[in-house]
Design a protein around this ligand. Sequence first.
Ligand code: SAM
Length: 312
Amino acid sequence: GCKSSEVKAFPPCDNSLAKSDEITRNLEPKEKQLCLKVAKEHDVPKDLKKMVENKVVEVIPYLQDVNLSVVKMSFLKDNSCGEDIVSKSLSSHSDLITGIYEGGLKIWECTFDLLAYLADEEVQFAGKRVLDLGCGAGLLGIIALKGKAKETHFQDYNSTVIDEVTIPNVIINSTFEFEDEISEPDLKKRRNSNPTQQHLTKCRFFSGEWYEFSKFVLNSKKAFAKYDIILTSETIYNPSYYNAFHQTLANLLDESGQVFLASKAHYFGVGGGIHLFQKFIEEKNVFETRTLKIIDEGLKRILIKITFKHTH
Ligand code: SAM
């Protein structure tokens, strides 16, 4: 069942959002519940400096001339290895220990494929409304923000990820002058300077499950216009979520908007992957997809664009 206070249970009993199939298989049908993590909006605290002052910041040069800073899970004290980081956090953050953790604490490799593509193709964000769907560290949204997007929204399943990783990353990357080269001393300066809210007024942050998130933004009292661009990386690994994911795109994408999706060809263990997802899209008959790039090194990865099917 649903343990976290942020999770509410809905009949009819369908545990399609349970963490693993094992959990689902162990439940009798009558016990199955649809656990939808309630969506909420996260305010950016007034004291931005405080949000980043104890964080360990690292610069990741993902391309030759573009650097991004990332907060390295500083709330996990003296850890240095990826998987340990996750397990440590699981025991220290109630959001992650009692609920479901969906992978937002590390940066997944397809993010870098999509960042490179957006830069190579000079995809324009100026004046656009952008969503980083399943954002984790939020690098895709940060690039949109740097590209002068009119508004950039970030969504992750876990509220701890939004508070401890996404928001600090956006603060570090956007409230200071945007330079291409950031040296270590500059990073220190950044942390010691007093950031302003300037760029953050263009951002909104949300946590929660996808159905709940789309309902939340559409019903929110704040003005909402559909997104021109949705960026999403490594979000189609679990076929149980395809319905919610598809519906979110259908609800939130502007009629002439485009989704840039980065994914591994196949996710072993969970069963999702690009072919299954494209088949799902075809069957729904709402969107069409176009392959943008195939990265065929090691585990095959792929970039696709999704747009509404327009029947003339
Ligand atoms: N995009 C990030 C990256 O590439 O590093 C994170 C990828 S992580 C594997 C999957 C992301 O999708 C997480 O941020 C998670 O919170 C989100 N997610 C997965 N399933 C979800 C669901 N059913 N509802 C809402 N968010 C979900």
